[in-house]
Design a binder for this molecule. Structure first.
Ligand SMILES: Nc1ncnc2c1ncn2[C@@H]1O[C@H](COP(=O)(O)OP(=O)(O)OP(=O)(O)O)[C@@H](O)[C@H]1O
Length: 312
C-alpha cells in the first residue's frame, strides 16, 4: 500500500549554517503509530515543522497522502493535525470558539456534534465555555490536541507529548492515541522517553544530530537496548516492596521515595507496561519515570559505532 507520508532526501540547514537535518528518507504507512526518538536538539521538531509547512526544507521532497507538501501545500496540510509543545495564542477565547476557529481555518464546514464529541473524548467538555487563560497547564495541553484534531486530519503529529505533562494526562493521551489509530488515523510522535516509544509505537525511528540512524519495528529495537534501570518516583514513600510486585526485580532507593526496576530490554517483554498497570491496580501512585540517564546515549553510541564499523 502507498505510504501516507513519504520523505525523500529531506535536509535542513538553518540560516545560521547549522545543519539540523541531513537527507532524511522515511515512509510512514497508513494507520501506524510511529515514534521519532532522539535527544534534545536531534532535529525532531525541525522534521515535523517541515512536514507541516512551517519550515522550508533546504533539499528533498515530502508527499502527504499523494500531495506534494510544498507545491500542493493546502491539500497536504489539510491532512495533518499538529500538536505543538506550547500553546501560543487565544488566551481570551473560549475553548469551543478556539477549536471551531481551528476547524474553520481548514475550510471545513461547522460540525458541532463532532467537536462536542472531541471535547468529551479529551475530558474538556465541561470546560467548553471557559477562557483558555482560566485553564490549568494540563487542560491547555488538551485544548492543543482538540485544535489539532478539529478538522478531522488523517495524520496526527504529537511533538513531545509527555513534556511537562502529569501522569493522568499522559495516560489519557496514550488511550486517545490508540482510539484514534483504531479509527484509522496515522500517528507520529516525537519523544526522548524510550518508555513512551515502547508503550505507544509500532515502529521507532532513532534520530541524532539530524541523522535518522535507524528505523525499526519497536520489538526489534527493544532487543538492542540491553539491561536498563528505571526509577519510579513514588507519590508516597514506602518501607518495603509490596508482595504483589514480586514478579519484577525491584528495590527501594532514595529512602523509599523511588522504586528501581532493573530489566532486560533484550527480552521480548521488558515488563514495564505490566508493572505500571499493576502499580495502578494496587493503588501505588507515582510522579515520574526515569530510565538510567545514559541509556539513550548508549544506543546512539552503539548505533554510530555499528554504522562506522559497517562503513569501514
Ligand atoms: N530557527 C533556527 N535557527 C537556527 N538553528 C535552529 C533553529 N531551530 C532549531 N535550530 C537548531 O537545530 C537543531 C535541531 O533542533 P530541533 O528543535 O529540531 O531539535 P529537537 O530534536 O526537536 O529537540 P527538542 O527535543 O529540544 O525540541 C538544534 O541544534 C537547534 O538549536
Amino acid at each position: 500500500m502507498e505510504p501516507i507520508l513519504s520523505l525523500a532526501g529531506v535536509g535542513k540547514t538553518y540560516g545560521s549554517g547549522h545543519v539540523a537535518l541531513k537527507s532524511v528518507d522515511l515512509d510512514i504507512a497508513r494507520g501506524e503509530i510511529f515514534a521519532l526518538l532522539g535527544p534534545n536538539g536531534a532535529g525532531k521538531t525541525t522534521l515535523i515543522s517541515i512536514v507541516c509547512g512551517i519550515v522550508n526544507p533546504t533539499s528533498g521532497t515530502i508527499t502527504v497522502d499523494g500531495h506534494d507538501a510544498i507545491r500542493d501545500y493546502r491539500a497536504a496540510r489539510s491532512r495533518i493535525g499538529l500538536v505543538p509543545q506550547e500553546l501560543a495564542t487565544d488566551a481570551f477565547e473560549s475553548v469551543i470558539d478556539t477549536v471551531r476557529f481551528s476547524r474553520g481555518l481548514f475550510g471545513k464546514s461547522r460540525n458541532d456534534a463532532y467537536l462536542d464529541q472531541l471535547l468529551k473524548d479529551l475530558s474538556l467538555y465541561e470546560k467548553r465555555n471557559a477562557k483558555i487563560l482560566e485553564l490549568s497547564g494540563g487542560m491547555k495541553r488538551r485544548v492543543l490536541i482538540a485544535k489539532a484534531l478539529s478538522h478531522e486530519p488523517d495524520i496526527l503529529f504529537l511533538d513531545e507529548p509527555s513534556a511537562g505533562v502529569d501522569v493522568s494526562l499522559r495516560r489519557d493521551m496514550w488511550k486517545l492515541v490508540h482510539r484514534l489509530r483504531d479509527r484509522g488515523v496515522t500517528i507520529i510522535l516525537t519523544t526522548h522517553y524510550i518508555e513512551e516509544a515502547e508503550e505507544m509505537a509500532d515502529r521507532v525511528g532513532v534520530i541524532n544530530k539530524g541523522e535518522l540512524l535507524l528505523v525499526e519495528r519497536k520489538t526489534e529495537l527493544m532487543k538492542k537496548l540491553g539491561k536498563r534501570e528505571m526509577d519510579i518516583a513514588l507519590t508516597d514513600p514506602m518501607t518495603v516492596v509490596p508482595d504483589e510486585l514480586g514478579d519484577w526485580q525491584l528495590s527501594l532507593e532514595d529512602e523509599g521515595h523511588k522504586l528501581r526496576y532493573v530489566f532486560d530490554a533484550q527480552a521480548e517483554r521488558t515488563g514495564i507496561p505490566s508493572l505500571l498497570r499493576k502499580l495502578g491496580e494496587i493503588g501505588i501512585g507515582f510522579k515520574d519515570l526515569e530510565t538510567s540517564k545514559s541509556s539513550l546515549e548508549d544506543i546512539f553510541v552503539d548505533l554510530v559505532q555499528d554504522r562506522q564499523g559497517a562503513a569501514a
